[in-house]
Design a protein around this ligand. Structure first.
Ligand SMILES: Nc1nc2c(ncn2[C@@H]2O[C@H](COP(=O)(O)OP(=O)(O)OP(=O)(O)O)[C@@H](O)[C@H]2O)c(=O)[nH]1
Ligand SMILES: [Mg+2]
Length: 483
């Protein structure tokens, strides 16, 4: 029996088109935000978008546009800061600390008293003057109940977030918050969960007082402040604990990687949803998760290519990239990406059917450059070409003749990719002779595991094998059978 699904929360997307951002890329950013929000389980039912010189310090949007947004969510459209009373000295200090970095001076140097009022008082002349703003996309809201969530396509300072919540009476999330939440939900392995928790705590820490605001008011200000202090200390302790745990897991992984050092490794890298896991499945026959979701994969999986080659080739599936990935998340996933660094060949997977593939490829290249992976030989794969017509495929071919066009869903294409991978490794292999003394015949399997045996002969000392393999693997085998 089909159960009735729980109601999905309805969300309004908010985007500001800043100078230098084209209409297309602004629209693409919002479309991507919509997919992120959908992945998180919300329905984006309206978009409020505006062209501005910069984000309004207090509320991102100008005051007119803010009222429009609030009308959708049933909020007042203004910031009723008085309701929260004056901030205490300690809270002010904490807020100033939290916001000194992203917004140098904007509020940290504001007049003492309620921080939100200070932020607003500073800006009416320019920030709230809508005369230079342009309204964009006056999309009609889909009929239904009032949205309860507002998702902003920019990184919000804690006070912008709080101001927007007050003005809209809705839960407010920014892009980084959405991504962190998706990662939190999708993380499966112990390691990924720890990495995500670190990123989440780092993200939440400066926003902490918001959630403790309720208890603060109930208990009186003094105790509220120490509660925040306590929470901060708890977070710091937890972060230290997590980092320690992660370090020990990573030591194990380093060992495992060390054991794999002579193996032939290829890694699938690329933008989220490009089809990396689909290709991993097709190449290795493994049942990794494939889903039309952003960040379906958060763990690196390593599997042997099937049918197995001699020596076998290991394929790694990795976490996807996205533009404006929160810094902490990038840092958290560095270790996961070390897999990519150790591969002999990187397959850059691109969703050729996405109109923004070029920008997506650029993001992938930038992140890999940052971790120093640009020196690893690579091959560009235009995936999902089953969705392109012949003309589009021709155009792509003209632009990138070196790339391979394929569809992860077509077995013939995957066989072609497999051949390319094998050819790549064959080119870096050398031939050599190995002599295995009779006393060591029991370990002959190691030779078959790491090399291709071209011929085999026997004499009085043992078996003599003519092999092809990577120079490193042959050197190690030669040594290991000598002593
Ligand atoms: N039409 C078509 N769809 C594809 C192809 N390859 C993958 N897909 C679909 O694209 C979606 C994403 O595929 P995944 O393989 O999960 O993508 P991914 O790169 O691993 O994504 P993340 O793990 O989220 O970073 C799924 O719905 C796939 O079925 C293809 O060649 N053609
Ligand atoms: Mg995946």
């Amino acid at each position: 029996m089909a159960k009735t699904l729980p109601e999905r929360p309805r969300a309004v997307l908010v985007g500001v088109q800043l100078p230098g951002v084209t209409d297309e890329s602004h629209a693409a950013d919002l479309a991507e935000l919509k997919r992120l929000v959908h992945t998180l389980g919300f329905d984006a039912v309206a978009t409020v978008s505006q062209r501005r010189q910069r984000l309004a310090t207090g509320t991102v949007l100008g005051s007119g546009k803010l009222k429009e947004l609030a009308a959708l969510t049933g909020g007042s459209g203004v910031i009723l800061s008085g309701a929260h009373g004056k901030a205490s000295k300690a809270r002010e200090k904490w807020e100033a600390e939290a916001e000194a970095e992203p917004e140098a001076g904007a509020e940290a140097t504001g007049a003492p008293g309620d921080m939100d009022v200070a932020a607003d008082a500073e800006e009416p002349h320019d920030e709230d003057d809508d005369s230079t703003d342009t309204d964009l996309e006056a999309t009609a809201m889909e009929p239904g109940p009032k949205p309860t969530v507002v998702v902003v396509d920019h990184e919000l300072s804690p006070s912008q977030l709080r101001n927007l919540e007050r003005a809209t009476s809705a839960q407010v999330l920014d892009r980084a918050g959405v991504i962190v939440d998706i990662f939190h939900r999708h993380a499966k392995s112990h390691e990924a969960r720890m990495q995500v928790e670190i990123a989440r705590l780092n993200y939440l820490a400066p926003r902490l007082r918001e959630s403790s605001g309720g208890s603060e008011r109930q208990q009186g200000r003094g105790s509220g402040d120490s509660a925040v202090e306590l929470d901060r200390r708890k977070i710091r302790d937890r972060l230290a604990e997590l980092r320690e745990g992660l370090a020990s897991i990573q030591k194990d992984q380093d060992q495992r990687r060390y054991a794999r050092r002579d193996q032939l490794r290829v890694a699938l890298v690329g933008y989220t949803n490009a089809g990396k896991s689909s290709l991993m499945r097709a190449l290795t026959g493994s049942a990794v998760l494939v889903a039309d979701q952003l960040f379906a994969t958060l763990d690196t999986t390593v599997r042997a290519m099937q049918p197995e080659t001699r020596p076998r080739i290991l394929v790694s599936d990795t976490v996807g990239f996205i533009q404006k990935l929160p810094h902490d998340l990038v840092a958290s996933f560095r270790s996961t990406l070390d897999e990519a660094l150790e591969a002999s060949l990187l397959l850059y997977v691109v969703d050729a059917s996405d109109p923004t593939w070029a920008a997506q490829l650029e993001v992938t290249r930038t992140v890999l450059r940052e971790i120093g992976a640009e020196v690893v030989p690579s091959k560009l794969l235009f995936n999902k070409v089953d969705r392109l017509d012949a003309a589009a495929q021709e155009a792509l071919k003209a632009e990138h003749p070196e790339a391979l066009q394929l569809s992860a869903h077509r077995p013939d294409d995957v066989a072609g990719l497999r051949r390319e991978i094998i050819t790549f490794f064959e080119a870096s292999m050398v031939e050599a002779d190995l002599v295995i003394p009779y006393a060591r015949q029991g370990r002959i399997g190691e030779v078959y595991e790491h090399t291709t045996v071209v011929s085999q002969a026997y004499d009085e000392t043992g078996s003599r094998l003519r092999v092809r393999g990577l120079p490193g693997a042959i050197a190690r085998l030669t040594r290991s059978f000598q002593d």
